[in-house]
Structures are given as structure tokens and as C-alpha cells.
Design a protein around this ligand. Structure first.
Ligand SMILES: C[S@@+](CC[C@H](N)C(=O)[O-])C[C@H]1O[C@@H](n2cnc3c(N)ncnc32)[C@H](O)[C@@H]1O
Length: 267
């Protein structure tokens, strides 16, 4: 694999290296069930100071495993369905899922798609659509009849609330029978990023203006075309991330609106 200069990315595009690092570091651990050989190869191929992203977190590999589970579940029920990965970054979901024959559309900013094209194997099923997820022309030519599962892993928080709601409303209109799975941060964390969240001395996370609590997510049912809203549990991880007691506590009504969440919208 080519060696690539990771310092060519900036702003939100740069965060794709943060989440890649966290998946690769988890996959490299002997005590982790998470396996992602290709993520490790990508991680090693990009020449950058990963330490600037601070201590690795299990949240990103667990989020990836949740997405794997949800995509599999949807494709089991819709064997001819299409997968749309918004802001796919350097995700290797397609390969973790065993290279399904389903059509797979990958949307991200042009500089990140260029990296994907340089670093990842070319696959007949995978189509790259460089551009913003907010420029809805990425959806041209996608047939909703056989089902569409859309993922947005680590994306919506970087949008304004208006942009995030417009995108959800568009997807609900455009893909009846489909699902959207996306993760959200709580308001306290969004505020922290707006006033400058340092992950280390050398790196500040970009502002994340869009926050969504579990209670607010439940109200997305009011958007025309949304037929169900589900709050999804991350799979168990290592250490505190394996605790069913902590999970139950984090789901108590007075705490759940203060934790990050993953939402599935059915259209
Ligand atoms: C935190 S990273 C997540 C990347 C990947 N989903 C993952 O989990 O590893 C955020 C991603 O959002 C992408 N992004 C930012 N703004 C975007 C936009 N308007 N449209 C599509 N992708 C965008 C960035 O390029 C980056 O790949």
C-alpha cells in the first residue's frame, strides 16, 4: 500500500484520521474481539501524528460494530438493498461485512474520496460520490424500491441544526422503506466543542454545532415520511464498556439525554 501524507487533510476532513486511528488501535489489541485488518493497513499507510487525537476511545470501534450489525440486519430483510455510507471517510465497513454484492454508495468530501480511491481496493459494487452530503445530487439514480440503508457515522454533529434536519427530511422523502442510522452528541458536549475542545496540546476538535438527545430524537417521528424512531444500544466492549449495569444506568430517564446516542429512523 502507498504511504500517504495525512497532513493534507484539515477541518472536518481531518477527523477521518481520528476515527480510523481508534478503530485500528482497537483491532490491534489482543484482548479485543474487534477485527479489522484493512483498517490497520490504512492506519499504517497514512503518515501522520496520530497522538494529536489524544487517548484512543472504544466509542468509534463500537459504533462501527453497531453499524455492521444494523446493515447486516437490513440486508437480510432486503437482499437486493443498496447501502449508502454518508461521510464514509476511511471506513472499511464493506470489507468487514465480507464484500457483499449489494450496491454500495460512498459519499464524502472530494479530498477524502481521493484518499479512499488511492488506498482502498477497487470493488465493482462500491461507487464513490465525491461531494457534500448536503448537496442532494449524490442521491441521483439510486432506486429506493429494493430498500436503502443509509449510515452517517460521525457526521451530523458537524452540521448546523437546520442542515441536519433538512438532510433527514430529504432522506425520509427520497427513500421510503429505507432506514437511516446516525450517531449524535448531547448538548453539553456540543457546547464544549463550540468553546474549543482540545483533544491534546496539538489538536482541537472542530466545532460540533448539532446536538440531539434521545428525547429530541423521539420527536423526529413528526418529520413527514419517518415511521419509527429507535434508540440503539452499542454492542458491549471491554472494561467499563462491557458493563450491563452502567448501560442500564445510562438509559435512566434523567441520564439518557446527557449521553451520546445512536438513532435508527425508519422511513
Ligand atoms: C469524524 S469523521 C467520520 C468518518 C467515518 N464516518 C468514520 O466513522 O470513520 C467525519 C467525516 O465527515 C466527512 N464530512 C464532513 N463534512 C461533510 C459533508 N458535508 N458531506 C460529506 N462528508 C462530510 C469528513 O470528510 C469525514 O470523513
Amino acid at each position: 500500500m502507498d504511504r500517504i501524507d495525512g497532513d493534507q487533510l484539515d477541518d472536518v476532513a481531518e477527523t477521518t484520521l481520528w476515527t480510523l486511528r481508534n478503530r485500528a488501535v482497537e483491532a490491534l489489541r489482543a484482548d479485543s474481539p474487534f477485527s479489522d485488518v484493512l483498517a490497520v493497513e490504512l492506519y499504517e499507510a497514512v503518515d501522520t501524528d496520530y497522538d494529536r487525537f489524544g487517548a484512543p476511545s472504544q466509542s468509534h470501534p463500537l459504533r462501527a460494530q453497531l453499524m455492521d450489525r444494523e446493515i447486516r440486519r437490513y440486508l437480510d430483510a432486503h437482499p437486493r438493498g443498496t447501502v449508502v455510507a454518508l461521510a464514509e471517510g476511511l471506513q472499511t465497513t464493506y470489507w468487514r461485512l465480507g464484500r457483499p454484492s449489494n450496491r454500495w454508495i460512498s459519499v464524502d468530501l472530494p479530498e477524502v474520496i481521493a484518499l479512499r480511491e488511492r488506498l482502498l481496493p477497487t470493488e465493482d459494487a462500491v461507487e464513490h460520490r465525491p461531494g457534500s452530503a448536503l448537496d442532494f445530487s449524490w442521491a441521483d439514480g439510486i432506486d429506493a424500491d429494493d430498500g436503502v440503508v443509509i449510515t452517517a457515522e460521525g457526521l451530523l454533529m458537524y452540521f448546523t441544526p437546520g442542515e441536519a434536519h433538512d438532510l433527514i427530511a430529504f432522506l425520509a422523502r427520497r427513500f421510503p422503506g429505507g432506514v437511516l442510522i446516525f450517531d449524535s452528541i448531547p448538548h453539553w458536549f456540543s457546547r464544549k466543542t463550540l468553546s474549543g475542545l482540545d483533544l491534546s496540546e496539538d489538536y482541537q476538535a472542530p466545532p460540533m454545532p448539532f446536538a440531539l438527545t434521545v428525547s429530541e430524537a423521539a420527536r423526529l417521528i413528526e418529520i413527514p415520511g419517518v415511521t419509527a424512531v429507535d434508540d440503539l444500544d452499542l454492542p458491549p466492549g471491554r472494561g467499563p464498556w462491557s458493563s450491563s449495569v452502567l448501560k442500564r444506568i445510562s438509559n435512566l430517564p434523567w441520564l439518557r439525554d446527557h449521553r451520546p446516542s445512536v438513532t435508527r429512523l425508519t422511513f
